[in-house]
Design a protein around this ligand. Structure first.
Ligand code: URA
Length: 245
């Protein structure tokens, strides 16, 4: 299927996103509306939902669906045990992650590692200590700007497939963009934290706890205590899930 700019603009004017984004067409969509949101349940999302780990990682590495492909050094897929009991989800790679190809390796990452250690988890942990870490976006937004809605929509199927494949017992959702993507709400972190949410993963409801993003905590030290309370809540949720398993 080829798509000329005129037709792309017409699709977006109708509020219908691309069904499939081919390499050559990505720029056409971006030119028509860089913030355009592809239709949920699109053929592209369905194709991604059928991929295994290695195919998924390759699809991410080769993705050119949005303009971030032109400015990234490399994609940042995820790190940790692919069958982890815990999953932590952040926003997008920064400069250091873009250079290394691994999520959360900068200053925010060092704080995240300490947060993980505080509840007995580590990137290389096994069994009850295992965690998988991923971001909503797999490419760095230039200048660390916020992700655009169209970028989130194009990347979301990758994250959802990662969540399905990991099949964690609990998900810790860090920051506004991960919340918007996984919980589908614009509500504030303050209003969502302190209770247990659910994320539907392949027909199963996975408990999720919302907390502040580590980069936010670096700027707002007073909220670290709240984040500690969130991690304790997540730990309780995990222990309940583990006892029931
Ligand atoms: N912030 C994120 O959300 N993810 C990273 O990988 C690094 C910083």
């Amino acid at each position: 299927m080829s798509l000329d700019p005129e037709r792309a603009r017409a699709w977006f004017a109708l509020g219908v996103g691309p069904l499939w984004v081919l390499r050559d067409e990505a720029q056409t969509y971006a030119a028509a509306d860089p913030r355009a949101v592809p239709a949920a349940g699109s053929a592209r999302a369905e194709a991604i939902a059928a991929l295994g780990w290695d195919e998924l990682q390759r699809a991410v590495a080769e993705c050119t669906a949005c303009a971030l492909a032109r400015t990234r050094t490399q994609t940042v897929f995820g790190v940790g045990d692919r069958r982890a009991r815990w999953m932590f989800v952040g926003e997008a790679p920064g400069a250091e992650e873009d250079a290394k190809g691994e999520p959360f390796v900068g200053q925010a990452g060092r704080l995240l590692d300490n947060m993980l250690a505080s509840i007995g988890l580590s990137r290389s942990g096994q069994g009850d200590r295992s965690v998988y870490i991923a971001n909503v976006l797999k490419c760095r937004p230039p200048g660390n700007r916020n992700p655009e809605p169209g970028e989130v929509a194009l990347c979301e199927p990758f994250l959802r497939r990662q969540v399905e494949l990991v099949n964690p017992r609990v998900i810790v959702v860090m920051g506004r963009f991960a919340v918007q993507c996984l919980l589908n709400t614009d509500a504030s972190i303050a209003s969502l934290r302190g209770r247990v949410h659910e994320i539907e993963v392949a027909g199963r409801r996975v408990p999720a706890v919302v907390t502040y993003h580590p980069a936010y905590l670096l700027r707002n030290l007073a909220d670290k205590a709240k984040s500690w309370a969130d991690l304790c809540l997540a730990r309780e949720v995990y222990e309940r899930a583990a006892a029931a398993a």
